[in-house]
Design a protein around this ligand. Structure first.
Ligand code: HEM
Length: 261
């Protein structure tokens, strides 16, 4: 430590940094954010108890149990397909928010907005294609995840309820994909949705009512576009997030993932 003229030790830059870190880590604000056992808390030691705390007290780590079966962490068991489906959902949310800045769900504007997005907006084409390919990949990933679960017999008790939640998630994923299809408002989208809603019209008993609600009228038009836009960007994502939360929670409560075979 350097000495001052009156022979008192003068704090070095390192001392000042250390005392500032100590003051911040000792403050009430800091300890209200980082709970006991956190590696960011003052005086953290690497003990088994603190390692458990690190997992239990973090919102992200909390998704994983404190202890997992050895086989469950092998990528070759789950192929990470459930995690991949979730990752793609996050990617679709982020890229979708970007697209929303440049898109208006009106029959007179939608097609032009998509053209502008693809030709004039910085990174517009890239983000649009990430959204489109991400959507295709998510359908594929969810389907393969379901096949993996089936192969391992993980639909059997005690996981049968989570299988049912999974079926709902698959349906919601397909609905998200289908509602997004209409939004570019081009010939492909228009006729795909016309065919799709005509098929729904053949549902027994209330087919025509379902078709009317989905189209927002007797035939495809501006009202359909607005309806499907709201379903695509708000309603379906909201519902799928709720079911995903139940799905992840049930994986934990059913004793972690199944197996080993
Ligand atoms: C948005 C769609 C979905 C997401 C994000 C998702 C996510 C996950 C994740 C992260 C896991 C943990 C293990 C793993 O990665 O395999 C899991 C397990 C499971 N999922 Fe899904 N899942 C989805 C759709 C489905 C579908 C369509 C089914 C079946 C119809 C299903 C049934 C199950 C079952 C039964 C388990 C427990 C597997 C086991 O114990 O081995 N999930 N899911």
């Amino acid at each position: 430590m350097a000495k001052t003229i009156d022979d008192k030790p003068r704090p070095t830059a390192k001392d000042r940094v250390t005392s500032t870190v100590d003051a911040v880590q000792g403050s009430q604000a800091w300890s209200s954010i980082f709970r006991p056992g956190s590696i960011f808390r003052k005086g953290y030691t690497d003990s088994p108890r603190n390692r458990s705390y690190v997992i239990m007290n973090s919102v992200l780590y909390h998704l994983h149990p404190v202890k997992v079966k050895r086989h469950a962490v092998k990528v070759s068991y789950t192929l990470c397909l459930g995690g991949l489906s979730f990752f793609l959902f996050i990617l679709l949310t982020v890229t979708g928010i970007f697209l929303m800045f440049f898109y208006r769900p009106e029959a007179t504007a939608a097609w032009n907005d998509i053209q502008n997005l693809s030709t004039s907006v910085t990174f517009g084409l890239l983000v649009r294609n990430m959204h489109r390919w991400g959507a295709h990949l998510m359908v594929l990933a969810v389907f393969l995840h379901m096949a993996r679960v089936f192969y391992h017999g993980a639909y059997k008790p005690p996981r049968e309820f989570n299988w049912v939640i999974g079926v709902i998630l698959l349906t919601l994923t397909l609905l998200l994909s289908f509602t997004g299809y209409l939004l570019p408002w081009d010939q492909l989208a228009l006729w795909a949705v016309t065919v799709g809603t005509n098929m729904m019209g053949y549902t027994p008993v209330f087919g025509q009512e379902v078709r009317f609600v989905l189209l927002g009228g007797a035939e495809i038009g501006s009202e359909t576009l607005l309806r499907w836009y709201v379903l695509h960007v708000l309603f379906l994502p909201f519902v799928i997030v709720i079911f995903m939360a139940i799905h992840f929670w049930r994986v934990r409560k059913d004793g972690g993932i199944s197996g080993p075979l």
